[in-house]
Ligand binder design. Structure first.
Ligand code: NAD
Ligand code: UDP
Length: 324
């Protein structure tokens, strides 16, 4: 059988999706990038359009589509809190109907399908660090629920298609990932702090800044996703992908100020509802089954991200368009 695969990446023009497409194109695969550009822009992938093994389709994954593929990476979903809360009903529809549509396609084509799930399935965790066996603590009626419960329902659909229809699936639970090509106005902490520091504006710390996150550089994450897809069929996950080095948000702010040389002040704003207090992946399973662990320290990854933010004109980035 050919080692060159026909691969669909939904959400392929987004931050992670565009890097994944790049890697897959470089590997020689026949790549179809599908996106509705809700939280991204075509410029993230225009450099790939001249490649003969890359194709771009403007499509909304809540609507079925017929394609012939061998693998599907399902990334289509707004990922930043500000983006996914912009139209929460659409966010849940994207996760649930999107999952049904890619699973149906995988079933028909006998393709392997990977779901980009999230550490948000653990909610505000009572277990630390979080192993895959932890079932989570999610508020089902709060402002983050559209995303958290949408992703949880998607995992349920993946497991049920696997058990009922023998669809070959993979589930990866991604922890906070950052890097070049993040949307500068997505409101995520890394993009906010860097954009604010480079503009000499106040750095907005929500709450006391004592809440923690563990930040994974995008190259490490993409490597983990590709390994998960290529893993033996007996290992379907869920598997955590993230960097276990944990930082307080206050520490992140101080590091961004140091690396940018900014003179910005730190200001404290109210903590958003249901903001998880701490988050760190237990990556024992990824180490064991995928021989994977992150290699890029936060300081190095932040420097690359800062360099990229210096190179772009933020005026070219739009906030999401209403998408009902
Ligand atoms: P992103 O917002 O940059 O990318 C998402 C992409 O999906 C965008 O290009 C967007 O336009 C597209 N999209 C949204 N709704 C769609 C729809 N209905 N139909 C077609 N396309 C649609 O975010 P990202 O950080 O690249 O995240 C990619 C995936 O990884 C998401 O599924 C997200 O939930 C998951 N994830 C990311 C992180 C992270 O830290 N970056 C953490 C956990 C999970
Ligand atoms: N945060 C912050 N200032 C900002 C943006 C975010 O202090 O300008 C905090 C936010 O409250 C959370 C953490 O940084 O505790 C990570 O937020 P992000 O939106 O990046 O992702 P989350 O992990 O919450 O989905």
């Amino acid at each position: 059988m050919s080692t060159i695969k026909r691969i669909l990446v939904t959400g392929g023009a987004g931050f992670l999706g565009s890097h994944l497409c790049e890697r897959l194109v470089e590997m020689g695969h026949d790549v179809i990038c599908l996106d509705n550009f809700f939280t991204s822009q075509k410029t993230n992938v225009t450099h790939l359009l001249k490649r003969p093994n890359f194709e771009l389709i403007r499509h909304d994954i809540t609507v079925p589509i017929w394609l012939e593929v061998d693998q599907i990476y399902n990334l289509a979903c707004p990922a930043a809190p500000g983006h996914y809360q912009y139209n929460p009903i659409k966010t849940t529809k994207t996760s649930v109907m999107g999952a049904i549509n890619v699973l149906g396609m995988a079933k028909r084509c006998r393709a392997t399908v990977l779901q980009a799930s999230t550490s948000e399935v653990y909610g505000d965790p009572e277990v630390h660090p979080q192993p895959e066996s932890y079932r989570g603590s999610v508020n089902p009626i709060g402002p983050r629920a559209c995303y958290d419960e949408g992703k949880r329902a998607a995992e349920t659909l993946f497991m049920d298609y696997h058990r009922m229809n023998r669809v070959n699936i993979r589930i990866v639970r991604i922890f906070n990932t950052y890097g070049p090509r993040m949307h500068p106005f997505d409101g995520r902490v890394v993009s906010n702090f860097i954009r604010q520091a480079l503009a000499g504006a106040d750095i907005t710390i929500f709450g006391q800044g004592s809440q923690t996150r563990s930040f994974c550089y995008r190259d490490d994450l993409i490597e983990g996703m590709i390994r998960a897809m290529s893993a033996d069929n007996s290992f379907i996950g869920p598997v955590n992908l993230g960097n276990p080095d944990e930082y307080r948000i206050q520490e992140l702010a101080e590091m961004v100020i140091e690396l940018t040389g900014a003179s910005s002040k730190l200001v404290h704003l109210p903590l958003p509802a249901d903001d998880p207090t701490r988050r760190r992946p237990d990556i024992t399973l990824a180490r064991r089954h995928l021989d994977w662990q992150p290699t890029v320290p936060l300081r190095d990854g932040l420097q690359k991200t800062i360099d990229w933010f210096r190179s772009i004109d933020v005026e070219h980035y739009r906030p999401p368009t209403p998408n009902f």
